[in-house]
Ligand binder design. Sequence first.
Ligand code: HGY
Ligand code: MN
Ligand code: MN
Length: 440
Amino acid sequence: MSDRLRPGSLAIAERILDRCDRLGTVTSTPGMIERVHLSAEHREVNRLAAGWIAEAGLETWQDAAGNQCGRLEGERPDLPALLIGSHLDTVRDAGRYDGMLGVLLAIEVAARIAARDEPLPFALEVVAFSDEEGTRFGSALAGSRALAGEFAPDWWEYRDADGLTYADASIDFGLDPGRIAAAARRPEALVGYLEAHIEQGPYLEDADRALAVVPTIAGARRFALTMTGIAGHAGGTPYARRRDALVGASELVTAIERIGIDTGTIATVGHLQAYPGGVNVIPGRVEFSLDLRAESNEARDTAWAEIERTAREIAGRRRLAFDADERYRADATPCADWLQDAVAGGIRSTGDDDPMRIWSRAGHDGMAVSAVTDIAMLFVRCGRGGISHHPDETVTRRDTALALDALEQAVLEVAERVRAEPDRLVTPAPPEPHGVGLHR
Ligand code: HGY
Ligand code: MN
Ligand code: MN
């Protein structure tokens, strides 16, 4: 299969990767990439993105949730919009492409569309979401949930590591929590949402393919788990009399891995803390996390039931107490067939006539946006075994160029479908109230 690129795509891909490098320098933590919601770094990358969006020929503004947006009108003013984009916030010690690549691809596609003679039968909007990761407050997908009108009010009281609430951080950032509803988009004002994103896994690299269609985004549940026993003297307490919370938690952690493998789900303990934490003290309490994901809600929930049953069996046998506090749940999100077809058409336009389909093990903003409009995703190969959430994250210039052409063609295929089926556009929506912020 010989891939084919549009003229100029490699040069634009170079610019995209240079801009990813530029964004990677905007960090709160020297020596690594860390950029959290409502921070000075968030403000700076929104400013950079606003400049690039304006350069592409779009109007740009920051919405009431802190997402940086851009709009290119269609063949008539105030038409419903096709959204394309991703997120600009990161995990701690992140790579340069998770989120950023998708935002910059969207800006370049919008620039190409703006330069075409024939306008689209809908508006085209670029969205650079913030707080996809939830790194600062634990409020994952907050920017996209706000766009979907599903911002969770209890997030306002969530606190960061310094004890600052989400609400106070919003005010410090220049947002008005009382106007969060202004970020919400109505279904009739939208056509759909397309997101290009690195795969964050090894399957494209293993198959030696550059791009894939995503049929569904994993369903996820996150828990704060606790095993409680009795702290005691590490020397004087015989094994038979111990109620060692750490040994119990350790037995559960290895059981979680076995259950994940056996059930075809993905279960990860990313954080574990033993208390009181003395080297000569038997741990009386262990707090640890569980991140559980699966291709379907049923598989996810069946795995959780087995994990919980096993935990209680271990706790009973070791005279411990087990507690689970669910912190996050997102249902598996199917991508719309018609938009998947458009993405597949985009991939075929690059010379891959049998596009791969890979369900996303990672979560994405599309999970939130799917509440108000149809979604689809384009996966881009990432190298080095698909490593991500790590500074070794990598993409090639050629794959970036292929993704650019595929995403542009996907937008054009959506336009063809809308022209063929005008009822996909409900009556032209009245102007949306744009959020406060960086109007250019
Ligand atoms: O956790 C995830 O799957 C995503 O990277 N936020
Ligand atoms: Mn991520
Ligand atoms: Mn991401």
